[in-house]
Design a protein around this ligand. Structure first.
Ligand code: NDP
Length: 239
């Protein structure tokens, strides 16, 4: 049997496109999201869909253990679940910062701690953390979100070094703007309008499938090859 692929935030956008792409390659899947009802298309196929919040370590771990019982050890974890609540620090609701740090940072740490012990023991495994160009550069009204993605970059690179000797691969995918539901959760209408205008100005952005391609490229390298980072954005995106 092919290796189990675990994908967080599989109910829309990049996670969903990645799930479809791995399924096409014949991999068993564990798909995690809170809106698990959106994952009906995978039912009856080689997939477990579990309602899980990545900030809840217990529920997240339980889902992974159940999937491993059925499909064998996790070959690859795609830590993709994320939220982007844009705002200016001087007037943004601090609850939005907390949500982003909980999901984008703690969620990623939770996922890594769940699968790393087994990967280290087997001396095999891949963790792909979805960061962002906002993990390398800053953008207007992105301060708190940028902080979470700079954290994902830093944490991933540190863990990569910590576990390299166990033959475990850590990779960062850093997308530029992608057409998904991500922006819709931002509460400021003005920021959303400006962001949509920016996307339009550059003649459109990447599709979720473009990022799924980068994930598969990273995973399907031979085990001795670690793609440390893929930064991928629309050709016409400048920053
Ligand atoms: P979407 O909003 O389409 O998808 C986000 C996914 O995350 C959903 O499946 C959602 O599922 C899940 N999610 C959110 N909160 C939680 C939670 N607490 N527990 C579990 N799952 C959660 O956005 P994208 O596909 O664009 O985002 C995927 C990743 O890509 C994110 O990390 C994002 O930061 C990153 N990214 C996106 C870019 C873009 O322009 N779109 C650019 C750069 C990076 P549910 O609500 O059902 O739980």
């Amino acid at each position: 049997m092919k290796e189990l692929i675990v994908i967080t935030g599989a109910s829309s956008g990049i996670g969903l496109a990645t799930a479809r792409a791995f399924q096409e390659k014949g991999h068993p899947l564990l798909l995690l999201a809170r809106r698990v009802e959106r994952l009906k298309e995978f039912e009856g196929k080689q997939a477990l869909c579990a309602k899980a919040d990545v900030t809840d370590m217990k529920g997240f771990k339980h889902a992974v253990l159940e999937a491993e019982k059925k499909f064998g050890p996790t070959g690859c974890l795609v830590n993709n679940a994320g939220v982007m609540l844009l705002g200016l620090i001087q007037d943004q609701n601090p609850d939005e910062w907390k949500q982003m740090y909980d999901v984008n940072v703690i969620g990623v740490l939770n996922g890594m701690q769940i699968v790393l012990p087994g990967m280290i023991q087997r001396k095999k495994g891949t963790i792909i953390n979805i960061s962002s160009v906002a993990g390398r550069f800053t953008f207007p009204s992105h301060a708190a979100y940028c902080g979470t993605k700079y954290a994902v970059h830093g944490i991933t690179e540190n863990v990569r070094k910590d576990v390299a000797k166990y033959n475990v691969r850590l990779a960062i995918i850093a997308p530029g703007a992608v057409e998904t539901e991500l922006l819709s959760h931002t509460t400021s209408e003005q920021i959303k309008t400006d962001y949509e205008g920016w996307k339009k100005e550059m003649g459109g952005v990447l599709s979720a499938e473009d990022i799924a391609n980068a994930v598969l490229y990273t995973y399907f390298q031979p085990p001795q090859v670690c793609v440390r980072e893929v930064m991928v954005a629309a050709t016409r995106q400048e920053p």
